[in-house]
Design a protein around this ligand. Structure first.
Ligand SMILES: [Zn+2]
Length: 131
């Protein structure tokens, strides 16, 4: 069911993508949409104030176990995103997905195959995948 939805999404993007057929348009629009997503998160901090960033270096003990590393994980984010900011961030993520699907279309890559491939990779690498 989910793979059908992803495939349908990719097909719909292909049907709607009349203006941006050029790979140059698509990759620059995709990059722009990623930047806009980041900008929307930053605006939640600097304009709205529903989120706050508190970042500092956490010293890692040389003999730290994986469990210790888990406990030391920190998003550096405080607060909770408000409904208005969430809406904006979700819109920008949606736009990014649109151009990602468009990029896949141009390169004849199936987006869902990418999800599956990456998911398998993550499952294999598990905790050691520190990307
Ligand atoms: Zn907000």
């Amino acid at each position: 069911m989910k793979d059908l939805l992803c495939d349908e999404f990719q097909e719909t993007v292909g049907e709607l993508l009349i203006r941006h057929q050029s790979i140059l348009d698509v990759i620059t629009k995709y990059q722009e949409s990623c930047a806009r997503t980041n900008r929307a998160v930053v605006k939640a901090v600097t304009n709205c104030g529903c989120l706050k960033v508190e970042a500092e270096k956490h010293p890692l003990p040389p003999d730290a176990s994986l469990e210790d590393l888990r406990k030391l994980r920190d998003s550096h984010l405080r607060g909770k995103i408000c409904d208005q900011c969430r809406e904006i961030v979700e819109d920008e993520i949606g736009r990014s997905l649109f151009y990602l699907a468009a990029l896949c279309n141009i390169l004849d890559i199936n987006l869902y195959d990418c999800f599956i491939k990456e998911h398998k990779k993550l499952n294999t690498l598990s905790i050691f995948n520190m990307r």
